[in-house]
Write a protein that binds this ligand. Structure first.
Ligand code: NAP
Length: 350
């Protein structure tokens, strides 16, 4: 722990949650402040590490944490404290026996330049492969990639020749689900909210077809057009009227992986869902999942993805925003469909 930084104190910029959020989040719900930080783990901090944050991940679930939560799979952020989120960082100092200065990690950190991590240090994943861009550990090699991989392969039980529909298909998770589905010989259609995203799905990411759901007056009719024989697998990212339309178009013994329902996250009252009897009549299995249940299998997943990347067998699209100060506006983009691929914020590059 002894080094030249021992007594160095620097400015720590932080993005603070101002108050609990209602409705769509706004930039003004978060503020940029500064504090001083000493570049070493304080005496008495126990087994801790000080992380220099490099890349931050903007993820839809963060909206839940900006509000008041009861009995949820996660907890609320604390107003007045930095936003908590996934990111990639470099260990600046460590009093933890498992981590050394200079190591790169990804996992839960805070929206600031430097974060002292005292609890759950062991839950950070070490980054040992230096050949892939570090930002990929916020996406394809991080939480969203694992969501797509395990959600598709383990929850959807896919079989060659089946039809697959993915909503929010041009996002961090969706773009990968479509490619995993193609890799096992499925027929895949994606929906997204702009012509540019539809073009990306069809011409870069290898989806068989795609449509702009915002241009479809009737989603049921649209799905009948794209799936004349019905949908075997629906990878659910949005909920709301898309889920209702999908239920009307599922095939018998179909599977729905309930990954997320972003259309509901900013509503003060969630919408109801019609056509649930389709689940009975068609013997549909609809199963929710949360990615962290699959983290024990992370190493096998990351080896698989790194091999696919090495062989050029998978494409990946990121939307990179520069600067911690731009993190609030980057997060808000997710809820307006303004991100093009995985939304990442660069705090520092090394
Ligand atoms: P993302 O797709 O990169 O970004 C969110 C996208 O959702 C937006 O770009 C937008 O795309 C779409 N969207 C926003 N508001 C919408 C609305 N009202 N109706 C329909 N679409 C809307 O995000 P992601 O990280 O890949 O996450 C996708 C989903 O997976 C989310 O529901 C998220 O909560 C969920 N998720 C779940 C887990 C898990 O463990 N279960 C883990 C990670 C993510 P368009 O242009 O297409 O509208």
């Amino acid at each position: 722990m002894e080094d030249e930084h021992d007594s160095q104190v620097v400015t720590n910029r932080q993005i603070i949650l101002k108050h609990y959020v209602k409705g769509f989040p706004k930039e003004s719900d978060m503020i940029l402040t500064t504090a001083a930080v000493e570049l070493k783990v304080p005496a008495g901090a126990g087994e801790a590490i000080l992380l220099k944050n490099l890349y931050l991940s903007c993820d839809p679930y963060m909206r839940h944490r900006m509000g008041i939560l009861h009995d949820s799979y996660t907890t609320s952020f604390t107003p007045g404290q930095p936003i908590i989120g996934l990111g990639v960082g470099r260990v600046v100092d460590s009093s933890h026996p498992g981590f050394e200065k200079g190591e790169l990690v990804w996992g839960m950190t805070q929206w600031e330049d430097y974060t002292l991590i005292q609890s759950d240090v062991e839950s950070l994943f070490k980054i040992t492969n230096k050949a892939v861009p570090l930002s990929y550990y916020t996406g394809i090699l991080g939480m969203p990639g694992a969501t797509a991989y395990f959600g598709f392969h383990e929850v959807c039980s896919p079989k060659e020749g089946e039809t697959v529909f993915v909503s929010a298909a041009a996002g961090a998770v969706g773009q990968l689900v479509g490619q995993f589905a193609k890799s096992v010989g499925c027929y895949v259609i994606g929906s997204a909210g702009s012509e540019e995203k539809v073009d990306l799905l069809k011409n870069k990411l290898g989806f068989d077809d795609a449509f702009n759901y915002k241009k479809e007056p009737d989603l049921n009719i649209a799905l009948k057009r794209y799936f004349p024989k019905g949908i075997d697998i629906y990878f659910e990212n949005v909920g709301g009227n898309m889920l209702e339309a999908v239920l009307l178009n599922m095939r018998c013994y179909g599977r729905i992986a309930a990954c997320g329902m972003i259309s509901q996250y900013n509503l003060e009252e969630p919408e109801g869902v019609r056509h649930l009897f389709e689940i009975v009549a068609k013997r549909i299995r609809m199963e929710g999942f949360v990615v962290f249940d699959y983290y024990p299998k992370y190493n096998k997943f990351s080896d698989t993805i790194i091999s696919l990347l090495d062989q050029g067998k998978i494409s990946y699209v990121e939307d990179i925003v520069e600067g911690l100060e731009n993190a609030p506006s980057a997060l808000i983009k997710l809820f307006h469909g303004a991100n093009f691929g995985k939304q990442v914020v660069v705090v520092a590059r090394e």
